[in-house]
Ligand binder design. Sequence first.
Ligand SMILES: [Zn+2]
Length: 486
Amino acid sequence: MSATLYKGYEMVIGLEVHCELRTRTKIFCSCPTDFGAEPNTQCCPVCMGLPGTLPVLNRKVVDYAVKAGLATNCTIANYSKQDRKNYFYPDLPKAYQISQYDLPLCEHGWLDIEVDGGADGESVSKRIGITRIHIEEDAGKLVHDAEKGTLIDCNRCGVPLIEIVSEPDIRSSAEAVAYVRKLRSILLYTGVSDCRMQEGSLRCDVNLSVRKAGETAFGTRTEMKNINSFTFIQRAIDFEYKRQVDALESGETITQETRRFDPNTGKTSCMRKKEDANDYRYFPDPDLPPIRLSDEVIGALRAEIPVLPDERKTQYMQRYGLTAYDAEQLTSSRELADYFESCAAKTDYPKLLANLFLAEIFRLLPPEFGVEDLRADPAHLASVAQLMGDGTVNSGTAKKLACEVWKEDIDPVAAVAERGLAQMNDPAVITEWVRQALEESPKLVADYRAGKTKAASALIGRAMAKSQGKANPVLLGHIAMELLQE
Ligand SMILES: [Zn+2]
């Protein structure tokens, strides 16, 4: 790995990802789980934890958690149980959360990510271990109101979650982001969650420690809670890494604690000293029987898992000649991959189409897009790649056309005819554009001839501008170099 070290220290990261499952009802009662409802309109005596009520486990929660486990190569337990995790906080009316302690539903999984560091700028594949996946219930939400003070909304109490705990295999913020992206992609493919980070249905706790490169013992770690965007994950990690290294270098010790990341300042600060597991006084929930799953039931759930991103990625590398990294990007969302394939089927140049997606379309997509954002007619995008592959337009024009198709769904063939965007391949015409550009920039020509080779690309840019971006770029480059040698 080529992660650059800060003052000779490496970071060691393990992630705990909490993901709300896409069930219609809560984990132990029949209250709905819809996001954004009026506060305290989706609760009942069970999820409010009133005395005398009894929880009944939602079967769908187990099905979804098992699917998440199978899709991340976990072993599924035939026997697991649910435990009470006791702590006092105003958003937890029962004063305990039902979770799983020593016998989780899924263990010993892994997923692969693509990270920088290969030869020739290629990415390399890295495997991140998954320690366990367990089911648990979400807590409520505190709403801080300037006038009314702090209010409690119990709608989220009892919304089903899975917690996915990684091994401490992650060594940079880029790897952490790649891991969460991949995990999100797998969970979306399997359909167990909508993974909307902005709504908090996928959020991440980061455990981070540092140690001198080459050491094998772990340093003291801190935990940053509930980070809900890729950018925040990256910024929180980069800040906390440097903070810990600087503290150690100036002779301080790191305290095990929970820290809050503030996106406004980009800094982390202490929230509370970290509890150890025994502070939670875990014990088996006496109201819930153990979860027993036969191999037949697990096999039936396995049969429902669709083609996953990694398999599709391999297909794309073979079918379209893409690099692992590019194929990973295009298959990260099932909807996007379906859409890309419907475009690719309509052109003889799917690799050029893939490049247009990666270079242009990805920039125009919102961070958490859905199928409603994939509106442009696939035939129109396909014909941009076709025009470029046929040599009708150059790559610069193709990129502009792809953006226009994406935003306004124009017909690119008609646009090329109406606006005269066809690529110019006539050497005589191109020579004239280059001559004009050289005549108008004697300083750049002199610079080039004095050995400043960079001046050539500026001159080529000016000649291309003379052609209004339509010249065949390869031909124009050759002609410019010939004229400059004169
Ligand atoms: Zn309820």
